[in-house]
Design a protein around this ligand. Structure first.
Ligand code: HEC
Length: 110
């Protein structure tokens, strides 16, 4: 009698776990990520900046900051290089900062 109960219990557990596994697969198949486009303002240095800043995250990260000073943008570009190892050469920093400030600046140097 006891053996039958244990067997029934084990069968039930097996059935539940197999069922859970199937459901997990179903959910994973259904996920579709929406594509969000964040257009960049046209201007001198846009293509260079696009290539350097959009490889790890979207342009939305930049837009989220709002209008900022030149010093702010310089610090951000340097942070990306030193903290996150963005492959931006020293000679190209000025061009990117100029583009950011000209198009997303608040008119203040500091
Ligand atoms: C090597 C990858 C990489 C590149 C290239 C890169 N970033 Fe980032 N950036 C990051 C990571 C990682 C974060 C932090 C993400 C988070 O916290 O969710 C970030 C965050 C940001 C933020 C949000 C504020 C902050 O301080 O965290 C801004 C603004 C930003 N990046 C601007 C830029 C700009 C401008 C460029 C081009 C000069 C750039 N990023 C290039 C990796 C990169």
């Amino acid at each position: 009698m006891k053996k039958v109960t244990v067997l029934a219990l084990m069968t039930a557990i097996l059935f539940i776990s197999v069922n859970a596994e199937e459901k997990k697969v179903e959910v994973q198949k259904g996920i579709k990520m929406p594509y969000m486009a964040f257009p960049m303002k046209q201007g001198k240095g846009m293509y260079s900046t696009k290539g350097k800043c959009n490889m790890c995250h979207s342009w939305g990260y930049v837009l989220n900051q709002g209008a900022q000073s030149k010093k702010f943008w310089r610090k951000k570009v340097i942070k990306m290089i030193t903290v996150f190892q963005a492959p931006i050469k020293n000679k190209d920093i000025d061009e990117v900062v100029e583009y950011l400030y000209a198009n997303y600046g608040n008119g203040k140097e500091n």
